[in-house]
Write a protein that binds this ligand. Structure first.
Ligand code: ZN
Length: 97
């Protein structure tokens, strides 16, 4: 994450600060703290915001049954989360095979 961004609020062009904002990574201006943009993050870095694993990264959860249940039953998850769950489920499946 070393791309430089220009802040539209204060005009500085710098390497942005990156912070977690809910389920998103957000780049902010180090000078004035203005929002610059949201950043893509690796799918397995996505943080779970529901249920017993709240706050854990999807890549940390070893509970394939729970992941599968979420994948099948939680209809409000966006496509990135669904893809992340699927990837982690498949990873666990191959580990135990
Ligand atoms: Zn700024």
């Amino acid at each position: 994450m070393d791309a430089q961004l220009t802040c539209h609020t204060c005009g500085h062009t710098t390497t942005p600060l990156v912070r977690q904002n809910g389920p998103h990574l957000e780049a902010v201006c180090p000078e004035c703290k203005a929002h610059l943009r949201f950043l893509p993050q690796p799918l397995t870095e996505l943080k779970i915001y529901w249920g017993k694993y709240t706050g854990r990264r999807i890549g940390e959860v070893q509970d394939a049954g729970w992941l599968s249940w979420c994948y099948d039953n939680i209809r409000t998850l966006n496509s990135r989360y669904r893809q992340a769950l699927k990837e982690q489920i498949e990873r666990l499946r191959y580990q135990t095979a």
